[in-house]
Ligand binder design. Structure first.
Ligand SMILES: [Zn+2]
Length: 274
C-alpha cells in the first residue's frame, strides 16, 4: 500500500498520476512539482515516487511498459498496424490530433484520445506454468476503486492459477487497458481491446518462451482465456450481439419466445423471469 493503512496501492496511484500527465500534457517539471507537493502532504512513510524520473524507473522495474495508442476521438478505431500512419479515421474521417493546436506552434501533434495499453506477456513470464485467465470488461473491480475514483475505464484480467481468495485481490489482477472517457465506455469497447485480443490469440496459439526458475528449465507457456465477466450490455458490445432484439438472450435464443408488438419497435420478453 501507498503508506501504512492506506487502501490504495503504490502502483494504482502512480498509474493514475501518469495517466493524468499524459491526458493533460503535463510537463516533467510540473509533474515533479506535483510529486513534491504529494510528498509534503502524505504521511511520512509513503512510498510515492518523488519525481518523474523515479516514477518511470518504478514502472520500468515493475515490468509494466505502457503502450500509448492513439484512438479515434469518436471511438471507431485505433491507430495500429496498417492504420498507424493515417492522419484521419477510416470510418468517421476525423483527425486523431487537434489541428488547431498544431497550427499554433511547431510542437508535436496533440492527440485527442490516448489509450493506455499494458502488454500482458512480460507480466506473465514469472509464471511457472500455463495460465488461465478471466477478462472483466464492465468496469467491475474487486474493491470498486477503479470506476469511482478513476477517469479511465479499466479492462482487467484475473488469473485463475491462484487460490480463490488470492485471484481477486488487487495485487494479482492485471490492469490491461485504461479506456479514456468513461462517460460512454461500453459503446465501442471491442475497438479498444484490439491489442489485447491479438496478444491473447498469440499466447493461446503460439505461447511464449518462459523460464521456470524452480526447475531451471525453459518451456513454452500458453495462456487460455476461460471466460469473460461482463453485464449483457458489455457482452453485446464485445461480441456485437444484438441484445435488444428478440434473440437478445444469448443462452435461450429463440426459446425465449420474445416478440415485437404490432406497432412497437422494442422486443418484448413475456413471462421470461427465472
Ligand atoms: Zn473515427
Amino acid at each position: 500500500s501507498l503508506w501504512n493503512d492506506c487502501t490504495q496501492t503504490q502502483l494504482a496511484s502512480v498509474a493514475e498520476l501518469v495517466n493524468i500527465k499524459a491526458e493533460g500534457h503535463i510537463s516533467k517539471r510540473i509533474y515533479d512539482r506535483i510529486s513534491q507537493w504529494a510528498d509534503h502532504i502524505l504521511p511520512c512513510d509513503h512510498i510515492m515516487p518523488l519525481d518523474y524520473y523515479n516514477t518511470k524507473k518504478l514502472i520500468r522495474d515493475l515490468g509494466l511498459p505502457v503502450e500509448n495508442i492513439d484512438a479515434c476521438r469518436n471511438g471507431y478505431m485505433l491507430y495500429l498496424k496498417d492504420r498507424i500512419d493515417l492522419d484521419y479515421c477510416k470510418f468517421c474521417g476525423e483527425a486523431w490530433y487537434n489541428p488547431a493546436r498544431e497550427q499554433n506552434s511547431n510542437r508535436k501533434k496533440t492527440p485527442y484520445v490516448i489509450l493506455g495499453y499494458l502488454p500482458l506477456t512480460p507480466r506473465l513470464q514469472s509464471e511457472a506454468c500455463n495460465v488461465k485467465l478471466g477478462l472483466c470488461m464492465d468496469g467491475f473491480a474487486p474493491h470498486g476503486q477503479y470506476c469511482r475514483t478513476y477517469s479511465y475505464w479499466p479492462i482487467i484480467l484475473i488469473s485463475y492459477n491462484l487460490l480463490p481468495e488470492m485471484c481477486m485481490s488487487s495485487e494479482y489482477i492485471f490492469l490491461m487497458i485504461a479506456i479514456p472517457d468513461p462517460s460512454n465506455p461500453k459503446r465501442l469497447i471491442d475497438v479498444y481491446i484490439e491489442s489485447l485480443i491479438e496478444e491473447l490469440q498469440n499466447l493461446w496459439h503460439v505461447g511464449v518462451l518462459t523460464h521456470d526458475n524452480t526447475k531451471n528449465e525453459t518451456f513454452t507457456m500458453c495462456v487460455a482465456l476461460m471466460w469473460t465477466v461482463n453485464d449483457l450490455h458489455a457482452y453485446g458490445m464485445v461480441s456485437r450481439w444484438s441484445k435488444a432484439s428478440v434473440m437478445g438472450c444469448p443462452v435461450y435464443m429463440e426459446d425465449a419466445h420474445a416478440f415485437y408488438l404490432q406497432n412497437g419497435r422494442n422486443a418484448y420478453y413475456f413471462d421470461c423471469h427465472r
